[in-house]
Design a protein around this ligand. Structure first.
Ligand code: KIV
Length: 264
């Protein structure tokens, strides 16, 4: 059955865990849809996973929309969430609304995700009022690494835990249909999940969330760089691709490819 925001809330109520995965291109989106992934996120992790950037800050709105369109073409029946890039929702509420609308009108998305604390709640409220479903994202905020001084686990102290809970509540109160909890202690995400009626989707947030999200390149072992502690690798595409490409190069060089089977 096609996922809707009300179905997601029902899944939480019934204790049915929600599966979310990032995808950035049509072939991966097609496979994710075929495998029954509930939610596809065109994350701004696009920057590191596909575009070769150092972090998410360089991803632009146009780049993000370009990949949303590809994901929609690959997964015509999936619930797709576009991740609003750095500074696309801060300059003014008007800019934020118009940028968010582009994800639905041009990107083919069903919803947007926005990273940020309770200060963004009025913007979320305006988006929801305009008919744009919004997923919040609290805890570790990769778009804030420059001000935070790096990627830091959130909610480890009492004060910080209270802030994470307050930010998540603010998203719910503003009308968000779900909230991502990134890199927070498992007990805190249990508390947030218990106190909110909307689903929580965890990444590095332990087992008690209503669902989980992972970055597809981590899941498939298709990245260069250290694997985050929260990521579980289910395949090793790096090795598979390296082996295949080396074999191809060797066969071209030795003249064994193309053979009769691959010639006209
Ligand atoms: O961009 C992304 O991949 C994300 C997930 C980590 C939730 O925002």
């Amino acid at each position: 059955m096609k996922i809707t925001v009300s179905k997601l809330r029902k899944m939480k109520q019934e204790g049915q865990r929600i599966v979310m995965l990032t995808t950035y291109d049509a072939p991966t989106a097609r496979l994710a849809e075929e495998c029954g992934i509930d939610l596809l996120l065109v994350g701004d992790s696009l920057g590191m996973c596909v575009l070769g950037y150092q972090n998410t800050l360089q991803v632009t709105l146009e780049e993000s929309l370009h990949h949303c369109k590809a994901v929609r073409r690959g997964a015509p029946n999936s619930f797709i969430i576009g991740d609003m890039p750095f500074m696309t929702m801060h300059a003014s509420e008007r800019d934020a609304l118009l940028n968010a609308a582009r994800y639905l009108q041009e990107g083919g998305c069903d919803a947007v995700k926005i990273e940020g604390d309770s200060a963004l709640a009025p913007t979320v409220e305006r988006m929801v009022h305009a008919g744009i479903p919004v997923m919040g994202h609290v805890g570790l905020l990769p778009q804030h690494i420059k001000t935070a001084g790096g990627y830091r686990i959130s909610g480890k102290t009492e004060d910080s835990a209270a802030r994470v809970l307050a930010d998540a509540r603010a998203m719910e109160d503003a009308g968000a249909f779900a909230v991502v909890l990134e890199c927070v202690p498992a007990e805190l995400s249990r508390k947030v999940t218990d106190e909110l009626s909307i689903p929580t989707i965890g990444i590095g947030a332990g087992p008690y969330c209503s669902g989980q999200v992972q970055v597809v390149n981590d899941t498939l072992g298709f990245f260069n760089g250290p694997k985050p502690k929260h990521a579980k690798q289910y395949a090793n595409l790096n090795d598979i691709i390296q082996k295949a490409l080396s074999e191809y190069a060797a066969e071209v060089r030795s003249g064994t490819f193309p053979d009769d089977e691959h010639s006209f």
